[in-house]
Design a protein around this ligand. Structure first.
Ligand code: GLC
Length: 444
């Protein structure tokens, strides 16, 4: 594994909760950010969105406020997604926002607005580019089904494209102040580097129909450039270059335990959506409800991870009400319960969490947070905590929760169901008015 240096993840693993933003031309058709791939749209047919792009309700201060109110402490914005459209005033292509009717450098306004709210700044940059003339047509490319597809790659040169990426990344990491996160997306080395031969199966001559990997991005040069421009920056792990990333990035699923690499726990960030797609998708019906969204945050942190939750603003530039509702639910919960998230990670292994609960733990304050995912009836017993709890309270209102230590024999009947070494908490019959109530245990 190469050594390409490492960024400063200390703030990142403390802050735990971020906002992903996917915004580009695909916000206008509103049928998924992969629409060019799904519908095999040519550059010519896609041009209409560029020609008409004019988000008249664009208000990055409102986005930043929504993130801040939700309790999010960092954000990552798509400076360029797979469609190749650039949200900033780059020198290296005309395919940029300043050439649309909108005419402004949206990235600058977005970065300024989030910074003003004290939110760490992250940039997503797509390695894939379906618009760039040097990016070779491969099995993900919108032109893959054209009858002349084998000729399309003549004259395309991935080396020139790799230089284009370095030039753009240099702009991004030079002209926008301190950047805290760099999020490259993504490599698909199918048929390459000994990976599964799927697309080129039976057609070894079709080397160009394989996927793309670190060699195509000249990943080593790219990561060295990033680290030289912004030494502290946190970089994701999608360059297909072992040793180049600071964080592991499970996508659209929640790992069921602390993520490890070679048996060692690592910093990780689950990237998740409210409804499935990343870009604004008008007709999508599979929206998660507020409780699911809050559960996901708790699950990530209890397993040692971060959660970056995505919003896809509309083509007019606002975050639609379904997303705003869920952000508001986060905010309502985080306002009273964020101490169980910031600075927290998994509980020490000696304290297994009982069924229907999740633990998080703050090693500095030595507080253990019991998240009651499903409200129990009157009592809950927590193993291995006898003699170790100084005080317990609900996190949201600071009201005391009585702790029954079975060694003290206060209630014989209860003790019978409170095994040796456990404590029982006495709970009100009615669930407090919190989506997920949290009990804060002050450990000795
Ligand atoms: C993916 C998709 C994409 C999204 C990203 C976020 O790999 O290609 O559309 O931007 O995941 O993690």
């Amino acid at each position: 594994m190469g050594n390409y240096g490492h960024g400063d993840t200390s703030w990142f693993v403390h802050d735990r909760f971020g906002m992903f933003i996917h915004w580009g031309l695909y916000s206008m058709p509103a049928r998924h950010e992969w629409i060019r791939n799904y519908e095999c749209i040519t550059n010519e047919d896609y041009q209409i969105y560029f020609d008409l792009f004019n988000p008249d309700l664009f208000d990055p201060k409102a986005w930043a406020k929504a993130a801040k109110d939700a309790g999010m402490r960092y954000f990552v914005i798509t400076t360029k997604h797979h469609e190749g459209f650039c949200l900033w005033d780059t020198k290296y292509t005309d395919y940029k926002i300043t050439n649309t009717p909108f005419g402004r450098d949206a990235l600058r306004e977005i970065v300024d607005a989030f910074r003003a709210e004290g939110i760490h700044v992250g940039l997503y940059y797509s390695l894939i580019d379906w618009h760039h003339p040097d990016f070779t047509v491969d099995p993900n490319h919108p032109l893959r089904n054209l009858p002349n597809r084998d000729e399309l790659n003549e004259g395309r040169d991935m080396k020139r494209y790799a230089q284009y990426m370095r030039d753009q990344v240099t702009e991004l990491l030079t002209n926008y102040g301190k950047i805290d996160v760099m999020w490259f997306d993504f490599s698909y080395p199918v048929g390459r580097n000994g990976h599964d031969e799927v697309w080129s199966k039976g057609h070894p001559e079709r080397r160009s129909w394989d996927g793309k990997c670190g060699d195509d991005w000249e990943a080593e040069k790219l990561i060295k450039l990033v680290r030289s421009l912004q030494p502290d920056i946190v970089v994701d792990n999608r360059l297909d270059l072992p040793g180049s990333g600071d964080i592991v990035t499970p996508e659209q699923y929640t790992p069921d335990a602390q993520v490890t690499v070679d048996g060692k726990p690592v910093a990780w960030e689950g990237c998740q959506t409210f409804s499935g797609s990343w870009g604004y998708y008008r007709d999508e019906l599979c929206w998660k409800d507020s409780k699911q969204c809050i559960d996901m945050l708790i699950n990530h942190v209890s397993r040692g991870g971060n959660l970056i939750m995505n919003v896809g603003p509309t083509g007019r530039g606002f975050i639609d009400e379904r997303a705003m509702e869920r952000l508001a639910a986060y905010g309502k919960w985080m306002k009273y319960n964020n101490k169980s998230i910031y600075g927290c990670g998994p509980a020490p292994a000696e304290f297994p969490a009982p069924v229907d609960t999740r633990y998080t733990y703050n090693p500095e304050t030595k507080r253990l947070y019991v998240h009651l995912m499903n409200w129990p009836f009157k009592h809950i017993t927590l193993p291995n905590l006898a003699g170790k709890v100084k005080y317990a309270q609900f996190l949201h209102d600071g009201s005391q929760v009585l702790v029954r230590d079975n060694s003290k024999n206060v209630n014989a009947a209860l003790n019978a169901s409170c095994p040796e070494g456990a404590v029982a908490l006495e709970l009100p019959v009615q669930k407090p008015n919190q989506e997920v109530p949290v009990i804060e245990l002050f450990l000795n």
